[in-house]
Each structure stands twice: as structure tokens, then as C-alpha cells.
Design a protein around this ligand. Structure first.
Ligand code: ATP
Length: 353
């Protein structure tokens, strides 16, 4: 369905792009990053970490500090304003013209570019089709749902065939269910079009689902760049470990190549002494009912049924409570005693820093 509509995949290179705002506030430490042609890269981080600033530098809405350069392929676009970079943008607020129809909104960018009427109609039709908006062509924007509006915003951004698509928290204003379905739609669209896309979000689920790679940011600097799996399973530091998904911390002791953790003893390389290890909720297993094979004993202080799984919070009497994910059919409830098992292959050693 998208075969006829494929966009050029231009790589983007940021070279030493920092940003200091007037008054001296440093929003972004100098950043070097290459985004591959056709790649979807997601900037993920808490509020104020500099992700929107980075997006705006790529868009041409902000200039980097002196010395910074932005490249689209072989072209240095640092000095080009947004209207000459040929980027498409989608924001959290749809920024559509409320008094125009869906088709008129989508056609707007083509009109500004003086695309001839017949060609305009053809491209608007093609784009409405692609976004499953054909039946709404004549509707006014204020007669659409939030999800439909955001699809119009996407259509409007893409109809001009931008070199790069930039999305700044496009799903944040929508309710959870719509967010999920539109996220799938955006995923389908980006893969089908093969366009280079930069996506900003503070939602780690969105980042994992959409990103070919994720750039995790903290306080104006890059904490890690990697595939969703890299970032999830091999967090570069404690910040990434905690920000992406849920992470438990368990304390153990290393002595002569063995790690003692509760009642467990595992082969372990690393210096002797106390050690803090990280483990994901799904990597902690329940012991047999009699608890004979348990490494840790605890008591369930909360059990949250989530449909596909049950999330337990277990106090072990040693360190902070552990979050443990079990199958959805687990019947454990608050107050139950429970034995936990750890797999040494799933324990992450202390992150650097
Ligand atoms: P959010 O998710 O809240 O938008 P963000 O990660 O996108 O956060 P940025 O908008 O990039 O963060 O802002 C990074 C830092 O730069 C913040 O501390 C912010 O207050 C500051 N900042 C952003 N724009 C300006 C500006 N025009 N003038 C001064 N400071 C700014």
C-alpha cells in the first residue's frame, strides 16, 4: 500500500551540537550523533533533559552554539532556516487549521509551494488514503477525534515529501488506548515510507516500540545510544537502568569468585566485597511452593493483576522491596509468603558511574 509512496532516506549528522540559552542556561552539552538514512531514532528522557532542544536544532528552529554543525547527507544545513530544510513536523498539539477541512489542511503545504491544482489533488488523495482518512476528507478539524486529528497532522507533514520527519511527543495528548493504536500506525507508516524520523518522547514504552535506536538523555547529555534491547538489557549507567523499565537492586557479597546472595551462591567474577546487582522484574522467578529451592524469602506486600501478568511487590527484609512479574494466572495475594529464585545470567553487575 505504501510501495508507490517512498521517501528519500537522508542520514543526519550532528557534530558538536550544544545549546546554551541567553542567560547562560546550558540545555544541551555538545552532542555528536549520526542518524542513519531511513532510521527511526527516539530521544527519550525526563522533562527538561534537552530532547526538544535537539529536535529543534535538527529542524532549524534553534541554532547550535558556535562550532556546532548539522548535516543532512552531504549538505551542511546549519545555516538553513526551517523552511529551507524540507522537514516535516508533528507536535503534541496538532497545530491544524480548525476552520479548514481535512483535505484543505493536508493540501496547505502544497499550495504554499505552488504545486499545480491537479497534482495537489492527486497527492492529497494519495496521502488521505495512506492515513485511512479518505472518508473524512470534507470534514472540519473540530469534527474529528484526537487520534484522527493527529493522523491529519501526520498526513500534512508527509504530503510535501520531507527529507526528514520530526515528531515531538505526538501521542502525549491522547488517551491510552488511542495512543497504542496510533503508535502502531506510526510504526507501520515509518517502516513503509523508509523515511528518516526523529521522535521525541518521555514514554519509554513508546521509545522501545518505535525506535530502531534510542538516545537516552539526562540533564543535557546523552546517557546511552543503543537499540531498545541494548538499552533495556545493558543499561550504560544507573540512570538508564531506572529510567527505562523497572529495575530492582539487590545486595550481595563476592568472595573468592563466588557471589552470595540470600541463600544462593553463584560463580562470579569481580572484586571481593559487597556488591549491588540489578535485575528486571521478569528475571526473578518464583521458587517451588515449599520454598526449598529459594534464594530469597519474602512476603507479598502488593499484587497487581495486569491481565497478561501479575506484578508482585515482595519485601525480603533486606534492602528495598523487589518488583517481580509472574504469569497472569498467579494466585498470590498480599500477605502470602513467597520464595524467589535468581538466575546469575540475568543479574547485571554494578553499572559504571
Ligand atoms: P520537555 O519534555 O519538558 O519538553 P525536554 O527534554 O524536551 O523537556 P528542552 O525543552 O530541550 O527539554 O529543554 C532543555 C532545557 O533548556 C530546560 O532546562 C529548559 O528550561 C531550557 N530551555 C528550553 N528552551 C529555552 C529557551 N528558549 N530559553 C531558555 N531556556 C530554555
Amino acid at each position: 500500500m505504501t510501495e508507490s509512496f517512498h521517501l528519500d532516506a537522508v542520514p543526519i549528522r550532528l557534530e558538536s551540537c550544544g545549546k546554551t540559552f541567553p542567560g547562560g542556561s546550558r540545555a544541551l552539552e555538545p552532542l555528536d550523533l549520526t542518524i542513519r538514512g531511513g532510521e527511526t531514532i527516539v530521544f527519550l528522557g525526563p522533562s527538561g533533559c534537552g530532547k526538544t532542544t535537539t529536535l529543534r536544532i535538527i529542524a532549524g528552529l534553534e541554532s547550535p552554539d558556535p562550532g556546532g554543525r548539522v548535516w543532512f547527507g552531504e549538505e551542511d544545513v546549519t545555516a538553513l532556516p526551517i523552511e529551507r530544510r524540507n522537514v516535516g513536523m508533528v507536535f503534541q498539539s496538532y497545530a491544524l487549521f480548525p476552520n479548514m477541512s481535512v483535505a484543505e489542511n493536508v493540501a496547505y503545504g502544497l499550495k504554499v509551494r505552488r504545486v499545480a491544482r491537479a497534482e495537489r489533488a492527486r497527492r492529497v488523495g494519495e496521502m488521505l488514503e495512506l492515513m485511512h482518512l479518505g472518508v473524512f476528507a470534507g470534514r472540519r478539524i473540530d469534527q474529528l477525534s484526537g487520534g484522527q486529528r493527529q493522523r491529519v497532522a501526520l498526513a500534512r507533514a508527509l504530503v510535501v515529501r520531507p527529507r526528514v520527519l520530526l515528531l515531538d511527543e505526538p501521542l502525549t495528548a491522547l488517551d491510552a488506548k488511542l495512543r497504542d493504536s496510533l503508535r502502531l500506525e506510526i510504526d507501520r507508516l515509518l517502516r513503509g515510507l523508509g523515511i528518516t524520523a526523529v521522535y521525541v518522547t518521555h514514554d519509554q514504552g513508546e521509545a522501545m516500540a518505535l525506535g530502531d535506536r534510542i538516545v537516552v538523555m539526562a540533564k543535557g547529555r546523552v546517557a546511552q545510544v543503543g537499540t531498545p534491547r541494548d538499552v533495556y538489557h545493558h543499561p550504560a549507567d544507573g540512570f538508564v537502568a531506572d529510567f527505562v523499565g523497572t529495575m530492582n537492586r539487590v545486595g550481595g557479597t563476592v568472595l573468592d569468585g563466588a557471589l552470595r546472595l540470600g541463600r544462593g551462591v553463584f560463580p562470579w567474577s569481580g572484586p571481593d566485597g559487597p556488591v549491588e546487582l540489578l535485575v528486571r522484574p521478569e528475571d526473578i522467578a518464583l521458587a517451588d511452593d515449599d520454598g526449598a529451592d529459594a534464594h530469597l524469602d519474602g512476603r507479598v506486600v502488593a499484587a497487581v493483576f495486569l491481565g497478561d501478568r501479575t506484578r508482585l511487590v515482595v519485601e525480603t527484609g533486606d534492602g528495598p522491596p523487589l518488583t517481580v512479574d509472574t504469569g497472569g494466572r498467579s494466585a498470590l495475594a498480599r500477605g502470602d509468603r513467597v520464595g524467589l529464585r535468581l538466575d546469575p545470567a540475568r543479574l547485571l553487575g554494578p553499572p559504571p558511574g
